[in-house]
Write a protein that binds this ligand. Structure first.
Ligand code: PHE
Length: 350
């Protein structure tokens, strides 16, 4: 029986040596060491042996089991390592393959202009406010000293939602809202960037939706000189230190006096060119001293308080600053246009 056992043991070890996969090895384990495996079968035959023989054969049987098990364990380790190596080899990355291009997002030129203006005014102590785009007539017109039959309320210019609500035609209603909301009627310094709507036919210089940035400062002894000073800082910051501003009389129902502000043409430096229509000046914003009726209507005593307001088109600033000739480019989402404003220095366009 001993010889037979030895034979089985050698046979098992030689098969284990030749096995090449984990699957084969687990089958071999069953074949030899399983409950009904070839080695276990010897146990059954042991009853015929004498006690002395049992002891000896038991030792041999155990030795065979341990040897086969050791051989299996060793072979399993090797097989695992081999499988891992094969897997790693198969999964090697080909780093010479061209990568996928990741498209970077960037800021829209209008967002850039608004951010820059906000930053500047915040540095001068202004807050940033916002108001609804669907506005009440009360704020878009009445509180701004535009009574019901005023010609500037011409229906043609506005998108009405109901008889009393419309898409705001300007950001000026935020002036009235800000003053109204200030219950203690304290001093105000605020700017408000936002979308505005007018019933214009779209062309290179008109868009039915555009962006305004409103400014309002209310306090004691606020004068035109303050308005001029603030706007001078604004223009120099946006268009360069050597820009000048010019104030021309104008008319807005909610300011008195009202002004049109021009900036000296940055293309020709005042000599005259196509951008400034040979005048040397480019119109950039409307402004004025807040009309006493507006102050009064929002609960501010015009004998105590004065203020200035201005409204500037964000598209207008961006067009002048970046040399954009068609206002529609802001809204057509042409990536080539947008990428122009988000180029990293030195990057070559495709
Ligand atoms: N709201 C005016 C416009 O849309 C601009 C403006 C704002 C004028 C504030 C004076 C004061 O043209």
């Amino acid at each position: 029986m001993n010889d037979e056992l030895l034979k089985i043991k050698e046979e098992a070890i030689s098969k284990i040596d030749k096995a090449s996969s984990l699957k084969d090895l687990s089958e071999l384990r069953l074949e030899y060491l399983g409950k009904k495996g070839k080695v276990s079968l010897f146990t059954k035959n042991m009853s015929t042996l004498s006690n002395e023989e049992k002891k000896e054969f038991g030792k041999a049987l155990n030795d065979a089991k341990v040897s086969i098990n050791d051989a299996l364990e060793e072979a399993i380790l090797k097989a695992k390592e081999k499988e891992l190596n094969e897997k790693l080899e198969k999964e090697t990355l080909d780093i010479t393959l061209p990568g996928l291009k990741v498209n970077k997002g960037g800021f829209h030129p209008l967002t850039k202009v608004i951010d820059e203006v906000e930053e500047l005014f915040i540095s001068m102590g202004f807050d940033v406010a916002s108001g609804p785009e669907i506005e009440e007539e009360l704020y878009n017109f009445e509180k701004l000293n535009l009574p019901k039959n005023h010609p500037a309320r011409d229906n043609q210019d506005s998108f009405y939602i109901t008889s009393e609500r419309l898409m705001r035609t300007q950001t000026s209603p935020v002036q009235a809202r800000t003053m109204d909301a200030n219950e203690e009627k304290t001093e105000i310094r605020v700017i408000c960037p936002g979308k505005t709507y007018r019933r214009d036919d779209d062309d290179a210089t008109h868009s039915h939706q555009f962006t305004q940035i409103e400014g309002l400062m209310v306090g004691y002894d606020i004068s035109l000189a303050n308005l001029k000073g603030v706007l001078e800082v604004f223009v120099k910051r946006m268009f360069g230190d050597d820009r000048e501003i010019r104030l021309r009389p104008n008319y807005f129902p909610f300011t008195e006096p009202s002004l049109e502000i021009d900036v000296s043409c940055s293309k020709c430096n005042g000599k005259g060119c196509n951008i400034c229509k040979n005048t040397g000046w480019v119109e950039i914003l409307g402004a004025g001293m807040v009309h006493p009726n507006v102050l009064r209507g929002c609960g501010y005593d015009p004998d105590k308080y004065t203020g200035f307001a201005f409204g500037v088109g964000a598209e207008r600033i961006a067009m002048l600053k970046y040399g954009i000739s068609d206002i529609r480019s802001f809204y057509t989402n042409d990536l080539r246009f947008l990428e122009e404003f988000n180029r990293v220095e030195g990057e070559v366009l495709k």
